[in-house]
Design a protein around this ligand. Sequence first.
Ligand SMILES: [Zn+2]
Length: 478
Amino acid sequence: MEQKKVKRKIRSYPIVVLSVFFAGLFGVMLIYISYYSYAHRQVLMNNSYNTRQQILVKQNSRGTIYSRDGDVLAYSQVDESGAETRVYPYGREFAHVVGYSTHGRAGIEYMANYYLINTSIDLSDKVALDTKGVKYPGDNCTSTLDVALQEVAFNALSARKGAVVVSDPTTGEILAMVSKPDFEPSSISAEWDSLLQDKSPDAKLLNRATQGLYPPGSTFKIVTALAYIKDHPSDYDNYRFTCSGRFTIDDESISCFHGETHGSEDFTSSFANSCNSSFANIGTGISRKVFKTTLDQLLFGKDLPLDMLYSKSRAAIDESTSVGDVMQLSIGQGATAMTPMHLNMITCAIANKGVLMKPYLIQQIKSADGRVIKSYSPEVCRHLMTQEQAATLTGMMEAVVEQGTASRLKGLSYTCAGKTGSAEFNSSSSDSHAWFTGFAPADDPKICVTIIVENAGSGGSFAVPIAKRIFDAYFGAE
Ligand SMILES: [Zn+2]
């Protein structure tokens, strides 16, 4: 009898251990699921399979999206039967950045969806609406977008393909974002199938500002210059070069744009003249390790701190990279590809003493009765370079305006710093995309502008005038 009892005790011991183990495991899983559901509540809510989302859409009318000044960018018209029509008063102008609320959503419509379909009005208001059989109004979103700047950017790009990004380098607020070709957001449902099927270079759904990968051309000389300054901190200023219009190493040659010959140059004038020969020389004079570290620090091939859909930029170097490829990399050609948004972020960091602020598009969420539900504030993202390096690059970008390829921005009521680019995208011809990236005022930057005009020609001739129209509008200098 005694023996039996002992045996039963021994047998039940593992069962107790297992029970405790599984209870513990279950507890951990429960905590994890609760945490995950909370931390990812917006993602889960935006999942179209989520039935809670369907219930909210039936119960609440979708909130309104405003510009920073309170202009309506998107709102819902509700008819007597409760059916909603989404209206975009500015149509194509804000197509990509405001986005759409059907077919999976995009832009701010996607980013703010969780709030737009929820409501935060008082219970008493809900009861009053219930008695009338009216939907509850969803929460409203105030964006960082500036209608005047968006309009100027949209009109300045005219019928060209390309993109414009305008931001505040000190806060990270995105003030304008244009991508062309575009679409009419109000009629997106009717056109959806053809829009989705279009995978050509003319695809309209692609937000070229954040997803378009382009050869950065000479705008990339900002990156090469930074890598050189880091590799030669005490003597980069002693750099001298004589441009004969072409630079050759081991049968690999780089020519200056349109066969120009720049003659005797230093580091700054090589940059201001956008001399390809000198920059191929500079690039091959940088330690590959330092070049690579610079690319890593500037987030090439890495995740960007963006809440919207984007492509990762491509620029790479290691010990096995051929000299020819290093020369191409140094002038932003070859396999190098960048999005306008990424270039805008690097430019913003230069303007903001080396500090990249997290780019953002949503300023505030308010309930329909005006209570603030959530506010977004400027957030330091990371240091892309030192303050001293940012100051040196700013001085070089000022020289581009004062004596170089962006001279159309010289002698205005405000000062500018920038870099042009004419990026060849077709090796069999001299077709080029026109780039400009820069900021103003040069000594106290308030606005940062990045522009690409596809297949237009030189940056100085085609992108700089667009930048000037945007700067003029911002500073009231029209
Ligand atoms: Zn040259």
